[in-house]
Design a protein around this ligand. Structure first.
Ligand SMILES: [Zn+2]
Length: 146
C-alpha cells in the first residue's frame, strides 16, 4: 500500500512518464515493459551500444541504455542523443534511491550528472603527473609513431 502510494506520488511529481506512455500508445505499445521487450528497442539499444560502448558516467563497458527523455523521436529511434550507454551499477545508482524505490526521471538524470562529476574529480585527484618519455616532443607530430 505504502509502496503504491509512493509510486503514485512520483508519477504525479513528474509529467515525463505520462508523456512517455502517451508516446508509446501512439506507437502501438500498451506498456513500457512491452516496448522494452520489442525488437524496435532491441535495435535502438544495440545501435547505441555499438556507437558508444563505454558507460557515459564511469567509463567501464556499458551494458544498458538510459533514456534521458521519452519523446517520440527517441522512443522511435530517430534521435539517439537522449540515450546514454551506462553500466548496470551507474544505471541503478541513478534509477533507484537508497530504499530501492524508483527515482523520478529528472532526479535520476541529476543523480547521474552528480555521479559523473564526482568520478571525474576523483580521477583527476588520483592521476599522478607523468613526465614525458625521453626524446618525445610534446605538442608536435614528431613524437607520434607512424
Ligand atoms: Zn558506469
Amino acid at each position: 500500500m505504502a509502496r503504491a502510494r509512493t509510486r503514485e506520488n512520483w508519477r504525479r511529481y513528474t509529467p515525463h512518464y505520462r508523456r512517455r506512455d502517451d508516446a508509446l500508445h501512439f506507437l502501438g505499445f500498451h506498456t513500457y515493459h512491452q516496448y522494452l521487450a520489442s525488437s524496435l528497442w532491441a535495435d535502438i539499444r544495440a545501435k547505441v551500444l555499438a556507437e558508444r560502448p563505454m558507460c557515459g558516467v564511469c567509463g567501464v563497458k556499458a551494458t544498458q541504455v538510459h533514456h534521458h527523455q521519452y519523446d517520440r523521436a527517441t522512443l522511435m529511434g530517430n534521435c539517439l542523443t537522449a540515450l546514454e550507454p551506462l553500466c548496470r551499477r551507474c544505471h541503478e545508482y541513478g534509477e533507484f534511491n537508497r530504499s530501492g524505490g524508483k527515482t523520478p526521471l529528472e532526479i535520476c538524470n541529476h543523480r547521474l550528472r552528480l555521479r559523473r562529476q564526482l568520478l571525474r574529480r576523483r580521477r583527476k585527484k588520483t592521476q599522478i603527473p607523468t613526465s614525458q618519455p625521453c626524446g618525445e616532443v610534446s605538442g608536435s607530430e614528431e613524437g607520434v609513431p607512424r
